[in-house]
Design a protein around this ligand. Sequence first.
Ligand code: IMP
Length: 200
Amino acid sequence: MKRIIIASQNKHKIQEIEAITKKFGMLLVSRDEAGVPEIEVTEDGKTFEENSYKKAYEIMKLSGEITIADDSGLSVDALCGAPGVHSARFAGEHAQDHENNEKLLFLLSAVPEEKRTAKFISVITMLYPDGSKIVARGECPGHILFEGRGSGGFGYDPLFVPEGFGKSFGELSAEEKNQISHRARALAELERQLLCRSRD
Ligand code: IMP
């Protein structure tokens, strides 16, 4: 069985990605399970594509095996795409979710409802030892509320209402979010590209 190393240690992401790779007869193993030492990857790319590639490349260099990595964040139109690749550390290097959310609300305080459009973005890179790669991007459009609603999820979830829904990501159940999220869409795109590759 072909092994794939996943750069993330996030159990939730591992389960989601495993559901797809299993269909293609691939065994997903975490960096820890593969015996690859923990390394600090500086996420200094200007795009989600650059950062997810960087994470996959650093692990692939050490493991010599197919590696998968993802990068995600929130892009707000009125802020020209910010927080973007800086989503995790918007309010500072070790910022907590509530500090990032407060900064976002502050910056958008004078922005009217119709201009509070935003999208979550997820990019998954699957890198092969021969240098070839699959890059799968998923987006979930929506808008930013004036105050948080709901306590589910993580990060900016309480502030984000996906298009066509009356509830924030923080109010939706995990199952509902997982059907429409940026990560779900990137995973669907990964599955599509894996299928094309398996037919080559
Ligand atoms: P990473 O891809 O795990 O590094 O996530 C980057 C940051 O983007 C997170 O720390 C969150 O602030 C934000 N983010 C990414 N995906 C989500 C999501 O599904 N909900 C809320 N925030 C998210």
